[in-house]
Design a protein around this ligand. Sequence first.
Ligand SMILES: [Ca+2]
Ligand SMILES: [Ca+2]
Ligand SMILES: [Ca+2]
Ligand SMILES: [Ca+2]
Length: 354
Amino acid sequence: MAHSREVARGEAGSGRLRRRGSLSGPRRLLVAAAVLVGMTMAMTAPAPATTAAQRQQQQQVTYVANQTSDNVSVIDTSTNTVVDTITVGDAPRGLAITPGGTRVYVANADSDNVSVIDTSTNTVVDTITVGDTPWALAVTPGGTRVYVANRDSDNVSVINTATNTVIDTITVGDDPVGVAVTPGGTRVYVANGGSDNVSVISTATNTIVDTTTVGDGPVAPIVTPGGTRVYVTNQLADSVSVISTATNTVTDTITVGVSPEGLAVTPGGTRVYVANVGSDNVSVISTATNTVTDTITVGTNPLGVAVTPGGTRVYVTNGLSDSVSVISTATNTVTGTITVGSEPVRVVSGLIPD
Ligand SMILES: [Ca+2]
Ligand SMILES: [Ca+2]
Ligand SMILES: [Ca+2]
Ligand SMILES: [Ca+2]
């Protein structure tokens, strides 16, 4: 049955941070969405939620990386139906959408490369060789760089999106499995699952400027829209660490469900949604109090979380149900379930040019 499949492959059960284990990935979809609005409005500061009028001029889409079927499902967010399926590399894990919404970058863990999807055609237009077992990636707010966490080579590849070539490689901690960029684009936070810390990279120099110890088995960092805090799931500690970006120290630790993995923050920055692989639910954290205010039951082995640019819905991948649960943020209830590919892991929601 489903759970034994997961455990047999060394995934979310014991040893979940080994090999395929740490169902990880990043969550800078929010950053991407916010920056997209920023660009549209020709501003530099990250914007909060988009207006209804703005969203109507663009298409709201959600991309899902399906690890076992080696493809990406494209969901039209207005109808909640799968409108396309794109074959990518071997074992797609992490993905991110560029601020302008024209490209989606996909980290293929077992083929050691990154697929570049053109969102106007939903075809792969480039493939970039990176380090060993790329697990997660993040795009800078300006859209010029992609940072890729390579779990088995313990480093980060930096891709120049103008040429789609690797221009730098940065050694980080043990087993980097998650990555996030600050809204200002000056810092990159990398979760090192094996060394229980987070590396802080300066994008100006592509060097490590700080290392923050967090909980056991950190998986996925996200940065709040205001850029003041980083939330990172600690998969082996059943908790989320809150890091102040001003001091790069942990200011809070929040107990959530069992084996938390993916997480996402709402555009207004008031809530963080956390997928708990081991308890088949989602914890809702209030960022005002850093406490869990709600728990929502979803499918089996929820792994990835994305919030829509308007902040009204949350998409959660259910790794062993081959589906995505749709949560209304107004009620924190599941309002729909969408069948996708095999073993969906990461998900990103954003706006693409219509
Ligand atoms: Ca495969
Ligand atoms: Ca490899
Ligand atoms: Ca390692
Ligand atoms: Ca550890």
